[in-house]
Design a protein. Structure first.
Ligand SMILES: C[S@@+](CC[C@H](N)C(=O)[O-])C[C@H]1O[C@@H](n2cnc3c(N)ncnc32)[C@H](O)[C@@H]1O
Length: 439
């Protein structure tokens, strides 16, 4: 395919996402099925363009003066991929499968000097979230939002139950040559974000993945798991275990000793956990897939650490799922807040006196983070916040640079707010609380 036809395809896919509310993955797959002549290189190119059109929607609609799939794709080619109006016009003229030629108005919009954008457009976020962003980041709101509109790298966690970082890195590099050990965490590997036009590195297809030496996990998520602290031999409850990403990291942290209890209120979400536990060689996880009262009663007041990977808006993962940025509505945020309030209250019952409660979201919105912690601490006077960085340092897995960068993310309650701009990771909020000995 030539670029004109690919641009036409990208416009159709953005239309399916925004106007027919299809998830990006499904829209890309359906388009591929209906256009079998498109090769994998074509599909990767279009996928990159679709994702960038969604990432840069807010600024493109100001620049292009339209919020149409066509306007967003043209905006992404210009603002994201650096093509001039002439270069875009050439690609459209060059291919009978291309969309119609640029209109006078589009040419003028593309040629206009970069508009003086309102803050929400500079930050590439929906208007209604601007106050939350300003609350979270003050004068850095635009830069933080913009960093969330970039392409994310692929990160791997070395599974120390099966191998060590050097051996794993050598095995990964043999297949993915750019892979390098993380500067922040001792057992993390990063495969840098590649050209948006290229295919994402197939990390889950390499032999090291098949052997359970590595897991695909954002480094922010890996850092969040470290907040459980030194847990070897301990009793841990992963209260929102879902597909088990954190469970696996906690099992590795505990070196297969003690016990990690994995539970999720929606047992269907635990489906993926079984093969993952097996592949990773985990032996100390007990999955509880019953109703809470039946499954967890015996654990009340007994856990050394209760880990809450709370249901949230996922605003910290917009680099990977830019469509969710536009699907998020105030009502959904309200629902997540209600769930978070409930989860904190319920999960805290399992912490033993003197034990730890770790509250994590993959969100950057203060409403889901420090506001929830503030409300919880007010309702539960036997808990107090303690520095999340301190708990992480117990594991010995943060590097010197990791300690500096992660430590710089500390805020109210000594909790940490990681972001793409600050730590080059997804956005994660991590708060550690301790239950009083007499509590
Ligand atoms: C962020 S996901 C967990 C991801 C998982 N820990 C991982 O690393 O793969 C949040 C989970 O919380 C669960 N959840 C939502 N509301 C809940 C509630 N009221 N009580 C317990 N779990 C809940 C959801 O089913 C979902 O699996």
């Amino acid at each position: 395919m030539r670029d004109g036809g690919r641009i036409a395809g990208a416009i159709e896919i953005v239309d399916a996402v925004l106007n027919r509310h299809q998830p990006v993955k499904d829209a890309l797959r359906d388009w591929g099925k209906a256009h079998r002549f498109a090769g994998s290189g074509d599909r990767a190119w279009m996928s990159g363009l679709v994702m960038d059109a969604l990432r840069h929607r807010a600024s493109s609609r100001v620049q292009m003066g339209q919020d149409t799939p066509r306007g967003l794709v043209l905006g992404a080619l210009h603002r994201g991929w650096g093509l001039s109006a002439e270069a875009i016009a050439e690609r459209l003229a060059d291919d009978p499968h291309a969309p119609s030629a640029l209109s006078e108005a589009e040419l003028a919009a593309l040629d206009a000097p970069s508009a003086d954008l309102p803050l929400a457009a500079q930050a590439e976020i929906p208007d209604w979230l601007e106050p939350s962003f300003v609350r979270a980041f003050g004068g850095d709101a635009a830069a933080e939002g913009l960093a969330m509109a970039t392409r994310a790298p692929v990160d791997l966690r070395v599974n120390t139950l099966k191998t060590d970082p050097e051996k794993a890195q050598a095995a990964v590099v043999a297949k993915l040559k750019d892979a390098a050990l993380s500067e922040l965490v001792a057992n993390a590997i990063r495969i840098p974000g590649t050209d948006p036009r290229a295919k994402a590195p197939p990390a889950d297809a390499i032999p090291a993945y098949g052997k359970g030496w590595v897991e695909v996990q954002d480094i922010g998520s890996q850092i969040a798991a470290l907040a459980a602290g030194m847990i070897e031999g301990g009793q841990i409850l992963d209260y929102c275990a879902g597909a088990g990403g954190k469970t696996l990291a906690l099992a590795a942290l505990s070196a297969n000793s003690g016990q990690v209890h994995a539970w999720d209120y929606d047992w269907r979400r635990l489906r993926a956990i079984w093969p993952r536990l097996q592949r990773a060689g985990v032996r100390n996880v007990q999955v509880h897939d019953g109703k809470e009262d039946e499954a967890l009663t015996a654990l009340a007041d007994k856990m050394d650490v209760v880990f809450i990977d709370a249901p949230c808006t996922g605003s910290g993962t917009w680099r990977r799922r830019p469509d969710s940025k536009w699907r998020l509505k105030p009502e959904a945020l309200e629902r997540r807040i209600a769930e978070q309030t409930e989860v904190l209250e319920r999960a805290s019952r399992y912490v033993r006196p003197g034990g730890r409660l770790v509250y994590v979201t993959c969100s950057i919105l203060p409403e889901e983070n420090e506001d929830r912690v503030a409300a919880f601490l007010e309702s539960a006077p036997d808990f107090r916040a303690e520095p999340a960085l301190g708990a992480m340092m117990e594991t010995g897995l943060l590097t010197g640079e990791g300690e500096v960068q992660v430590g710089a993310c500390a805020g109210r309650f000594d909790a940490l707010q990681l972001t793409p701009a600050r730590t080059g990771t997804d956005g994660f909020y991590i708060c550690v609380m301790r239950r009083g000995e007499g509590g």
